[in-house]
Design a protein around this ligand. Structure first.
Ligand SMILES: [Zn+2]
Length: 219
């Protein structure tokens, strides 16, 4: 038996902790089920999926601005059907709540950029090079250990507000883990509800991509 280190019962993808390895195994089993194709979802033609991936990449690129002041947390929102979402992110779904029609995918760790490059069929999906060789990019880091604050990743320059938040997390001033941390990418799909003045209620599926951006000089 391995010594009962804290990682023994923690899910490395979502960070959720379990009392024992059985709990973790059950969680992993559920995750596997979320990624199995459901009959009510449509088969989407491959060309349509590829085209939708290009839409995602171009919407992400719109957020990779040049101005240093705008670095930090970003959100991309794209109308998207559940079937298309599943066609793009199936295999990477980590949370699914059928009743509320809600999915979550977590991408953490330094290899998350490559994984998303494969998903989006694009090496450039999360970076943009400007004329004077500035590169604005999506931050992908190895997860900050939530229990152990010895790991220091704040080598690069980040804006003061964001820095304050990261410091609070490290010093455990903020007790509850935020939905996602700098260096992680959180992708969600859910139904948005629109109430019209005349009382009509419309529901529509949306894709939400959460990430942090930063900038460096390309040499
Ligand atoms: Zn998990």
């Amino acid at each position: 038996m391995p010594s009962s280190s804290s990682s023994f019962s923690r899910c490395l993808t979502c960070g959720k902790e379990f009392k024992n390895s059985k709990g973790l195994a059950r969680h992993q089993n559920n995750v596997q089920k979320y990624n199995q194709h459901q009959e009510e979802l449509d088969e989407i033609p491959i060309n349509t999926i590829d085209e939708f991936k290009q839409i995602i990449v171009s919407e992400i690129h719109k957020k990779l601005s040049l101005s240093f002041k705008t670095m930090g947390k970003k959100l991309v929102t794209i109308p998207c059907t559940e079937s298309i979402f599943f066609s793009v992110f199936g295999g990477h779904i980590h949370y699914y709540f059928k009743v509320k029609e809600f999915y979550k995918c977590f991408f953490r760790g330094s290899n998350s950029y490559e994984i998303l490059s494969e998903i989006f069929n694009s090496e450039q999906w999360g970076k943009k090079v400007y004329s004077q060789n500035q590169v604005t990019y999506i931050v992908c880091l190895d997860p900050i250990s939530w229990n152990n604050s010895s790991q220091d990743q704040s080598v690069e320059e980040i804006n003061p507000l964001e820095n304050l938040l990261q410091l609070s997390i490290k010093k455990k001033i903020i007790k509850r883990r935020p939905r996602f941390l700098r260096g992680e990418i959180l992708i969600e799909w859910k139904k948005k509800i629109f109430k019209e003045i005349n009382g009509n209620i419309n529901k529509a599926g949306y894709l939400y991509i959460n990430f942090y951006i930063s900038q460096s000089q390309n040499f």
